[in-house]
Design a protein around this ligand. Structure first.
Ligand code: SAH
Length: 352
């Protein structure tokens, strides 16, 4: 059987063309697009201004991506909510909803699992299962909007997966999410985080988007970085700094460096000094993340005084730096922890 077209991954122009070949008028496409991406319809049947007959035809032509909410955990500390969603093929992904003063932020996954192998990260322990489609990325935001009843203003692609390893779908997702005919989230309110796949970062720079690019740096020398991140065997820190500079030159957007502080591994005064040296020539901002320990590894967080000292050292060097507030620590906050517990058959399955 021929595979149905994933309607929610089509741009408005593409949908117009597809419907045109079926003899449908352009305004139909506009109506449907609005149902999907603005009114967040959950099925073709929600689209009440389309005839029953037409809705039936749509069901035959197209697949309509939806997610099933398997689990919601809410932090008693800060109200952060973590969602576990089942995809149509039974795989599960996790997304996080955070409330900040400036609006609600959602962190989404871009893949089921991950093949990058970072040693401190729970998402990669079982490798990559598959890429998410653009509609599956969007639907994480749409479903959270339906469930919370609140508008999402910021999106970060920092959940499970390496977005640059799913580049085509990522770009399409960005196009749809920021489209003025859709949810219309500002490009400036979207951040994409990468472990540092240099050719894709270069390609992204050439798209001339206004999104924020975040680089997971985590170490200041190639040798140290290789111990934490296998991708460091492919691309050197020098190449990374060059491509970050290129991204800024092409987009005018300041780069974010993410640096997870791991006790006794990358948190010395010398590390801070080297990090300042790397950051100084670039237009960037550093986000320090106290590592979130996972049970499969022995990594520990740097203690609070060490984190403060590290931050001070950077600031004395004129670097713009923040410490990421730890949200949802009590609800498996670290990337991939909730999904992993679920897949491993932790009792949380039975609570359903
Ligand atoms: N693959 C992308 C995006 C997903 S991870 C990337 O590597 O950037 C989002 C961020 O969380 C990355 O900076 C990642 O290195 C970091 N991270 C993953 N697990 C972590 C943990 N246990 N503690 C702290 N930071 C972690």
């Amino acid at each position: 059987m021929e595979q149905k077209i994933d309607i929610k991954s089509l741009t408005l122009e593409e949908l117009k063309k597809k419907l045109n070949t079926k003899g449908e008028k352009a305004f139909r496409a506009k109506q449907m697009y609005e149902w999907m991406h603005v009114k967040l319809a959950e099925s073709f049947d929600d689209m009440t201004n389309l005839s029953k007959n037409f809705r039936e035809k749509c069901r035959q032509w197209y697949s309509y991506t939806t997610l099933r909410t398997v689990r919601v955990q809410e932090s008693a500390i800060d109200g952060t909510r973590k969602f576990l969603f089942a995809l149509e093929d039974g795989n599960v992904v996790e997304s996080v909803w955070m409330r900040y003063k400036h609006g609600n932020s959602v962190c989404i996954s871009s893949q089921v699992g991950c093949r990058m192998g970072c040693s401190f990260c729970a998402s990669t322990l079982d490798g990559l299962e598959r890429n998410l489609t653009p509609s599956e990325m969007l639907e994480q935001i749409y479903e959270i909007t339906r469930l919370t009843g609140e508008r999402v203003s910021n999106v970060v692609v920092m959940g499970t997966g390496e977005p640059m390893d799913n580049y085509e779908h990522l770009l399409r997702f960005i196009k749809l999410l920021t489209d003025e005919n859709g949810l219309h989230i500002s490009q400036r309110n979207l951040t994409v985080s990468t472990c540092g796949i240099v050719p894709r970062m270069r390609q992204l720079a050439e798209e001339h988007l206004q999104i924020t690019l975040a680089l997971s740096l985590h170490a200041t020398t190639d040798e140290k970085r290789k111990r934490l991140m296998p991708i460091a065997n492919r691309y050197s820190i020098r190449e990374l700094m060059e491509v970050c500079d290129y991204y800024f030159s092409q987009t005018g957007r300041r780069i974010t460096f993410e640096y997870s502080l791991v006790g006794g591994v990358n948190d010395t005064d010398e590390d801070a000094q080297e990090l300042a040296g790397l950051a100084r020539p670039l237009c960037c901002h550093i986000n320090l993340i106290p590592v979130n320990p996972i049970k499969e590894r022995n990594y520990v967080q740097s203690d609070a005084s060490r984190i403060k000292r590290f931050k001070n050292k950077l600031e004395k060097n004129g670097i713009n730096v923040t410490i990421r507030r730890e949200m949802g620590r009590d609800i498996d906050g670290a990337c991939g922890q909730l999904r992993r517990r679920f897949v491993e058959g932790d009792p949380l399955q039975e609570e359903e």
